[in-house]
Design a protein around this ligand. Structure first.
Ligand SMILES: [Zn+2]
Ligand SMILES: [Zn+2]
Length: 96
């Protein structure tokens, strides 16, 4: 084996080791804060659990320059589901 390929191999090992080390450290460290936010910009809590409809209200300027409140037209939550939602037992119909 010639010294050059040996050095390249050692370099690759070092890069792999560093990559794995920093990669795993980053993953094990601060857990990414999962914001349960829908595509409409509202929190998961504002969405109906059954229908998925967003209950948030938006203020907008009406026809006469008056501020009016309109319900968010979001019909279904599209954002990430928090872990507690994922791990909670799913509601399944009783087995027949
Ligand atoms: Zn909304
Ligand atoms: Zn929404």
């Amino acid at each position: 084996m010639d010294p050059l390929s040996l050095a390249v191999g050692a370099g690759l090992v070092a890069i792999g080791w560093l990559g794995g080390r920093f990669g795993s450290r980053r993953r094990a460290g601060s857990t990414p804060k999962l914001t349960a936010r829908c595509g409409c910009g509202h929190d998961l809590a504002l969405h109906d659990r059954e229908t998925g409809k967003c209950h948030a209200e938006l203020s907008r300027r009406g026809m006469h320059g008056m501020r009016e409140w309109v319900g968010c037209n979001c019909r279904r939550y599209t954002g990430p589901i928090p872990l507690e939602e994922v791990f909670s037992p799913p509601i399944l119909p009783p087995e027949s």
